[in-house]
Design a protein around this ligand. Sequence first.
Ligand code: SF4
Ligand code: SF4
Ligand code: SF4
Length: 272
Amino acid sequence: MDEDRRSFLKKAGGAAMGLSCGLPLFSVGCSELREGTARGESSNQLAMVIDVQKCLNDDLQRACIEACHEAHNVPAISDPKEEVKWIWSEDEYRHVFPDQAHAHTPTALAHEPILVLCNHCANPPCVRVCPTQATWKRKEDGIVMMDMHRCIGCRYCMAACPYGARSFNWRDPRETDENGAYRYFGEAGPPSDYPTRTRGVVEKCTFCAERLRDGGIPACVEAANARPDGQGALTFGSLADPDSDVSRLLREHHTICRRVNLGTGPNVYYLL
Ligand code: SF4
Ligand code: SF4
Ligand code: SF4
């Protein structure tokens, strides 16, 4: 590690301690975040609607996760302490919606895994705490982006995200085998040409910004729609377009978001 980086991290240590204790950000910042929900929304905010009932299917969830991981070279690391997650199944309703669960939540829902990912919040606390602007919210569509080259791995953003939507790379993904051949997390090569990351940076879902740029749709949405049982399970589009499928679903159905009381303004909606 070079000296500048080392001394920055040292100076920043005190602030990081504060964040990990949770006091400065959430005790002081929640009212500010709540006030700012409308202010932080992009005028062309992209959003996703997850139909929970249609997604109560392990195979469907697995297909969505695998599609994302394959498209973005997300490694399969079984150790939960080192796992890298862009989209994953959270095992209990009360873990996903702690402010919505109650003693009479239907059994069919209460103990079924639910797909979760970065919410591309209107007021993302992860962005507020990043000292290098390695993570930022795009004005044109509200996607919360990551620049791995600017990331110094301080993990403030991980402490700030109340959804656990960010992962730190603990391992060096690149190695060579005994024959000197390049290996990526033990495999012959990464499955796609999406840029691979290095040890010491944070990563997360980007709403497939690279696919959107090329006129595509998110890989997880495409994977769901490719299955007969997955039609409409995941819907993606612009909230600014009243005719988009997400706008229509939100207009016609009651949906909930994760921990709205925090004022982060999630843009992933759940249709129960
Ligand atoms: S879900 Fe977490 S990582 Fe994603 S924008 Fe919101 S605070 Fe940031
Ligand atoms: S880990 Fe990277 S993205 Fe997160 S706050 Fe630090 S520099 Fe920013
Ligand atoms: S939107 Fe793209 S990056 Fe985000 S979880 Fe789905 S496939 Fe992964």
